[in-house]
Design a protein around this ligand. Structure first.
Ligand code: NI
Length: 175
């Protein structure tokens, strides 16, 4: 069993902007549980509100894809600059069995505090940039399905309603 349960589409906490974290230690005490839950669910990123915490922080780990990566925590993250544009297929632990190609920035400049409380501003690219943009959206109440065209949205509305009702759609889809 994961340490925490992942909240699914339909819960209003996924639609609210999370509260700023005043002290980094308020976030770090959830770090291990967040990472464990993310690994159990085979995710690459997890935002605090996905496990019911109204706090502006997230964890990522893409080390199974990129060798030099490691588990990271970003507290009070804010994207302050973006460069380029790229398409990539995304999924979400809160929106199970629905995948879609989404256009996002190629690189992002992120202002945040790290798990040691240091104030940082770093550029990220590649897969980590993608995960960061997806998770920062979560912390602001935005889901990847919000970017779909009305036509594609029409193809998943029934599935979204099923997730809200039962936690899973009757059939998966890749858009
Ligand atoms: Ni997600």
């Amino acid at each position: 069993m994961p340490a925490l349960s992942v909240i699914k589409y339909g819960d209003p906490i996924l639609r609210r902007k999370t509260a700023p974290v005043a002290a980094v230690t308020d976030a770090t005490r959830h770090r291990e549980d967040m990472l464990e839950t993310m690994y159990e669910e085979s995710g690459m990123g997890l935002a605090a509100n996905q496990v019911g915490l109204d706090m502006n922080f997230m964890v990522t780990d893409i080390s199974h894809v990129e060798e030099d990566e490691y588990p990271r925590m970003f507290v009070n993250p804010e994207i302050v600059d973006r460069e380029g544009s790229t398409d990539l297929e995304e999924g979400c632990l809160s929106v199970p069995e629905i995948r879609a190609t989404i256009t996002r920035a190629e690189k992002v400049l992120l202002h945040y505090q790290d798990e040691d409380g240091a104030d940082r501003e770093d550029w990220f690219d590649g897969l980590l940039s993608r995960v960061i943009q997806h998770e920062v959206d979560h912390l602001n109440g935005i889901l990847f399905t919000d970017y779909l065209t009305p036509a594609k949205r029409g193809l998943i509305n029934k599935r979204l309603a099923e997730i809200a009702a039962t936690g899973a759609p009757s059939t998966g889809i890749i858009l």
